[in-house]
Design a protein around this ligand. Structure first.
Ligand code: MRU
Length: 372
């Protein structure tokens, strides 16, 4: 068990919509550097910060979903390596435990690897292997990744908005989304949610339909929280109400994020994404994935090679801590599912849009990255 402590903030979910949510930040109080996380398990009821002073605390926060969502996991992983380095812990051991804290979102291992590489390069390059200089290099790399993700987020919003204008020329979009993909998962305004937000700011979003996203309710707890802050028109639905919404003609596009995109264009995202893609195909509705290129893993050939995180059964047999099934009931609880490229209309990245989704087109948009 690492060292975490909590700080309770004023609960103001109306907030200033122009102020991005502080999902994560690095601080250097006199007692030593810390990574401060907005505890996402407590939203929307309470805005509470979790202060991590060491890597075990951060690993616990990642496993418990206090910090979550693919791009933010990458940023947290990079800062985690920096935290270990500046506090003088074993950096290799810290990197190993961070990279494996959750298996599906490739960004986590990517962020860890980047900060570790910067640390090692600085250590090798400094006379006598100066650990302070190496720690500063790891921190600088984490800060770069954080800033790059913010820029990527803005670029994805621009490309996504342009794509919507091409696919749905009439405007007045009714967009269905799943899980949570806004400022809570990003250095900027997010991935899929950032596109909806951009459409809202242009007066083109008629409604964001928010899947509650069982079992952990990232849609109800987090996306609805972010939508309310932004002032957009939004409506929450149970995941299994989506079919009737399509049938009524009220979904113009589905827009989701991704945790890992394999080289063949298959997308791992929050469980429940794949059924939406099937529904979208049946109803002839565009199914759009928005993710930075840090989520594309050229080292994973196809969807079946992506490791899907299996989470504890009690997340299904209980709801907000209360039993919803007889004691002893077994549960099937994969955290993610795979949508094949053939069901995806387009993948939007910061470098542009892939449509149709083919391995070559995807590879062409991604700068070469070592396999995750
Ligand atoms: O288990 P979570 O809450 O970390 O899952 C998050 C998602 O599935 C998001 O949709 C995904 O990370 C894309 S966010 C850019």
């Amino acid at each position: 068990m690492g060292d975490q402590h909590v700080v309770t903030l004023a609960n103001d979910s109306k907030g200033n919509p122009d102020e991005p949510l502080p999902a994560l930040r690095w601080e250097e109080p006199p007692e030593g550097p810390v990574l401060v996380l907005l505890d996402q398990t407590r939203l929307p009821g309470e805005e509470v910060e979790l202060v991590c002073t060491d890597v075990p605390a951060l690993v616990e926060a990642i496993r418990g979903l206090a910090v979550r969502g693919a791009p933010l996991l990458g940023i947290a992983g990079a800062y985690g390596v920096a935290l270990a380095a500046v506090r003088g812990y074993d950096v290799d051991e810290a990197a190993e435990s961070l990279a494996h804290a959750r298996p599906t979102a490739v960004n986590l291992a990517y962020g860890v690897r980047r900060a570790l590489a910067a640390y090692r390069a600085a250590l090798a390059g400094s006379a006598g292997g100066d650990p302070e200089r190496a720690a500063s290099a790891a921190l600088a790399e984490a800060r770069s990744l954080h800033a790059e993700d913010k820029e990527a987020s803005a670029a994805m919003a621009r490309h996504g908005l342009q794509l919507l204008a091409e696919l749905l020329p009439g405007g007045g979009y009714q967009i269905l989304t799943h899980c949570n993909t806004g400022a809570l998962v990003s250095g900027g305004e997010g991935t899929a949610f950032a596109v909806a937000l951009a459409a809202h700011r242009q007066g083109q979003l008629r409604r964001l339909w928010v899947d509650e996203t069982r079992p952990l309710l990232q849609g109800a707890r987090l996306t609805a929280y972010e939508a309310a802050r932004s002032g957009m028109a939004y409506t929450l639905l149970t995941d299994n109400a989506a079919g009737s919404l399509f049938a009524a003609g009220n979904v113009h596009a589905v827009i989701i994020g991704a945790d890992r995109i394999a080289a063949d264009g298959s997308v791992a995202n929050k469980v429940g994404s794949y059924p939406l893609a099937v529904l979208a195909r049946y109803h002839n509705v565009p199914f759009i994935v928005v993710a930075p290129t840090t989520t594309v893993d050229q080292g994973t050939a196809d969807g079946s090679s992506i490791e899907i995180e299996q989470r504890p059964g009690h997340e299904v047999t209980e709801s907000t801590g209360n039993p919803v099934a007889p004691l002893g009931t077994q549960a099937y609880n994969p955290a993610f599912d795979i949508t094949p490229a053939a069901l995806i209309t387009a993948i939007v990245t910061e470098n542009g849009v892939v449509s149709p989704v083919t391995p070559d087109a995807l590879a062409a948009l991604c700068p070469s990255r070592a396999p995750g």
